[in-house]
Design a protein around this ligand. Sequence first.
Ligand code: ADP
Ligand code: GN1
Ligand code: MG
Length: 379
Amino acid sequence: MKLNIGAIGKNFNIDGNFLAAHPWGSGHINDTYLASYQQGNITVRYIHQRINHRVFKKPVELMHNVSTVINHQKKKLSLVEKSDISSNCLNLIHAQDGKPYYHDVEGNYWRTYYFIENTCSFDIIQSPQQAYEMAKTFGQFQKMLEDLPDHQLKETIPDFHNTPKRFDDFTRVLSRDRHNRAHDCQNEIEFVLKHQNITHTLLKLHKQERIPQRIIHNDTKLNNILFDQNTQKGRCVIDLDTVMPGLTLYDFGDMIRTSTNPMAEDEQDLSKVHAQMDIFEALTRGYLEATDGLLTPIEKSYLVFSGKLLTLELGIRFLTDHLDGDLYFPVSRKAHNLDRCRAQFKLMESIESQEETMNFIVERICQNEQTMIKGSFLQ
Ligand code: ADP
Ligand code: GN1
Ligand code: MG
């Protein structure tokens, strides 16, 4: 059914006449439209988004989180010289009843943001400089939320990065094998079973109070950053649906997953999938610079591990969805989720085989940081 975006837009506080709208972006979860409106002599663009309420079961709580995070960001940005509140954070347009969302007669929830002009997003990393910008922008975002009290945010998806729980979901779906797909993925199934032992590592450290919980983004994909079209610098963190308490390492791990691979998340030619060390180096530098002392030594020592874990976790989620009949991630070809899973497992193997080099890179960057701190004492 074709959606009437113009009719949806009428329910938001938007001046002028609706001109046109079309689907936008390559996010997996929400339905995103770019819409333009004539306001006097100018055309102004907005993002209308239909929230996926199969995934986010409590859209009103979700929008409470999104508003809370944006308001906090705005407060913080107003204290920073040269920051631009209209483009360094999302700006919500409220519905005509004053709510941050519009609930339509069919039961869908919609929200609207200003479209941030002169920016672009990428599905595949372009350069180490871009990886540096990505990590810096997500790192600054985390730092900005450092003093937002946990209790102000609701849990929008319970157990989102609970890897052992993701493993249990996988074994449950596998034992049913409702679509008779397991026989085609024996290698992948074995891969998951072989790595079960690492699924608990970060949660165990947290239980032992060796790593803290903080407010994190939870979905630090490359395409959840808007880059400035002219300067190529990171301008804005988007997709705030999963911002909630979690382990900092989840964010860094997913950055490793989505940036070090030179190919798409669903690449079929596995010989091309691998973790690039120059990208990893730039990513680590950007992240440690931006988080500026936030990370404890234990967290730093698990940075590389986090990449392995998050890549495994996503592989498990894709495989589970494949076995379950593609109910969560949208697919556009046969065995699409299996392809995504295979690419994740290939990437994970590549990370594993370069773990020593990667840990060496982290150590070197940390040592440089120390030298810089000591140096600044001397001055
Ligand atoms: P999903 O949850 O489906 O991933 P996102 O919120 O990430 O949806 O949006 C999908 C895409 O739409 C983004 O990758 C980005 O390209 C674009 N986008 C979203 N919001 C804005 C905005 N306010 N300004 C410009 N582009 C945006
Ligand atoms: C989804 O919404 P999007 O495309 O930014 C998913 C992430 C996965 C990612 C894999 C709420 O992110 O967890 O890592 O796809 N978001 C949700 O590409 O499940
Ligand atoms: Mg997204």
